[in-house]
Design a protein. Structure first.
Length: 202
């Protein structure tokens, strides 16, 4: 009889422990961390406050988890490498890149002219880019092969191939209120560079 009582008590304690562990896990997973970036920031900063922002978008992207928002302060960001968005997120937890204020300019003009020199390359899912001006990429300003992403209220201009291109299996992406102008690829005297293109294995 004592053995049964002991086992019953042990089982109850174990169930309570599992319950509290589940609650704690849910509380931790529900805590979304947002990041801040500014042209005068530093990648050695914590990046989680407006007063201590990162300097580069790439640093914030590397830290962001599903549900995070990356806020960009107004100003010009000179970027020479492709910003790669390759995580698999969910419809309830996008990773969003948007302005903190004004219209941030992401200037890729110093990228080499090459097929691999995209501005933003999105192979992941459930990313949202909103309210940016993207300038001068060495190839596409935004290149999407992923699924279920959103691009909105952006301007893409003076890139050296199509401004925004969806290719190689990209699907269910939403492009809204985006302007794409003055894109020109020197290699073909502008023949390939469009404002928008959905082509090549799509």
């Amino acid at each position: 009889m004592k053995l049964k009582k002991t086992l019953s008590l042990f089982t109850s304690l174990l169930m309570l422990l599992c319950l509290f562990s589940t609650i704690n896990i849910k509380e931790v997973s529900a805590a979304t961390i947002n990041y801040y970036v500014a042209p005068n920031g530093s990648d050695s900063n914590v990046g989680t406050s407006k007063t201590k922002p990162f300097k580069t978008i790439a640093k914030a992207v590397s830290q962001a988890k599903s549900g995070s928002t990356i806020y960009l302060a107004s100003g010009t960001y000179n970027v020479t490498s492709t910003i790669k968005l390759d995580k698999s997120n969910s419809s309830s937890a996008y990773i969003t890149i948007k302005p903190l204020s004004g219209t941030p300019v992401i200037d890729f003009s110093n990228q080499p002219y090459a097929d691999s020199s995209r501005g933003f390359q999105i192979s992941g899912s459930y990313y949202k880019i909103s309210g940016l001006k993207i300038v001068g990429a060495g190839d596409n300003g935004i290149y999407i092969t992923g699924k279920n992403n959103k691009i909105e209220k952006c301007t893409i201009t003076k890139c050296r191939d199509t401004g925004l291109q969806i290719s190689n299996g990209g699907a269910n992406n939403t492009i809204s209120n985006v302007t794409s102008t003055y894109n020109y690829d020197p290699k073909t005297q502008g023949e390939n560079a469009d404002g928008f293109a959905a082509k090549l294995s799509i």
